[in-house]
Design a protein around this ligand. Sequence first.
Ligand code: SF4
Length: 556
Amino acid sequence: MERETLEFDVVFVGAGPANLSGAYHLARLAKQNNLEIEIAVIEKGSAVGAHILSGAVMDPRALKELIPDFVEQGAPLESPVTDDQFLYLTSKRAIRAPITPPPFKNHGYYIISLNRLTAWLGEKCEEAGVNVFPEFPGADLLYDENDRVAGVRTGDKGIDKEGKPKPNFEPGVDLRAKVTVLGEGPRGSLTKQLVERLGLDEGREPQVYSIGVKELWELPDDRYPAGRVTHTLGFPSDTQTYGGGWIYGMQNNVLNLGYVTGLDYKDPLIDPHAEFQKYKTHPYIAKLLEGGKMIRYGAKTIAAGGLFAMPRTYADGVLLVGDCAGFLNSQRLKGIHSAIKSGMLAAEVIVEALKAEDYSAKQLQRYEQVVNDSWIVPELRKVRNFHAAFKRGRWLGIVNAGLQFFTGGRAWGIFDRDAAHAGHLEMKKLSSYGYKGDSLEQRYNGLRFDGKTTFNKVTDVYHAAVGHDEDQPAHLHVLDTNICSTRCAEEYGNPCQRFCPAAVYEMVDDGANGRRRLQINFSNCVHCKTCDIMDPYQIINWVTPEGGGGPDYKGM
Ligand code: SF4
């Protein structure tokens, strides 16, 4: 097949905060150094920010380094944080901590819409001469004859569900580059291929993840002011499951709330979407939402493994930035600042490489050094044992988090290191819990989706404005569907039906043989990557769908 080839100096894959900051900084540095270079940013969504849903609390440290007068330049900030609270939820009560724990103090930070911030950074990039290509999913990495990364191939367009070209068929384009920067977010599909191929995770701990399920609500009045930040612990998670909630007040009486569930849970009946719906039934939250209207829904994973789970972040011709390199601080639930900083550091290292005309791993190794010397690694070192300690349950996790302050981050978590393994291995079989079959009632007894405060997955997905052309091959590759009807049904009750927050996986009757088979409703997918992470047999492979498909959060 004839493919168009475009030559660039640097290609950034994914238009998130890390890559956009990197591309913008690189364009600026190239100009200062009289380097004439071509930079491209490709993005699988229909526009920059289309796959990024709104509210976050941003530590502005890195944005200040990137654009010192970001406020004057009109960065879209919802509100400075004006008020912090930390609540412990029992099933009926909300108990406010007399002192907000230091990791949850957010004064000096901003509540932002990350969607709008990335759109703004995208505009900055274009003004600086960067080529930004939405609807260009990175489908494969290109390698040269010496196995060095040499660019990226974008996905074909116009393939029908049988894999045959349609009249509108357009082959993907080969974007060749001296350096390719992967900023795909957690569990990036190209990053996963690269890490496996080059063994970038050798000697590191497996990455562990959490999933955040969130909704935006329009409230009828200003009962929850813009700038107020609440974090919660307790209800509805059980003490063996890592979880917690957030509530952020945005402009125009919009509330951003969500719930994080660790993707290293044990109970196979856990459903992160149901955990979040149950969260909203708590009297404190339900009262807050009374008379309001849910306007948007989304879900996203975060990489929570921290310092010990970071893969090697460089190889010949390639760098990893942001969440796909695991730079998120899971204790503070913040990664935007380190994503921006890592993009900037990548840009600085690339300029040195361009000057030396050397794009080898030996030259790009400098990136690891500058990340270590920056504030990213010291920040992560202080919380390096945070997540691991929660494996022993909520209370020991909390004590460990407190001990970190007095031990420079060591706490006792160091003793847990040998036991580190991927989160899906934590899931126990149905029989260990005495469950009969896969009925959710056994865990979520009494949870009802009333269409007012609580919603089923299909209703929620409608509010993610997800769109995928139905006549294309499914982008969820299940390598052996026999396992689904046999072993998995028996052992785990097909947990994909529960851990997917978008009702993509459904076990349906398979005619007269009395078995059930897997049906994949791929067009619902909100691109959270949970299935790729949490499948107990690791036979689900998430690949990029046709460009432009997925959720559409523009302007939210
Ligand atoms: Fe997330 Fe996978 Fe479901 Fe898509 S199919 S929404 S990536 S869990």
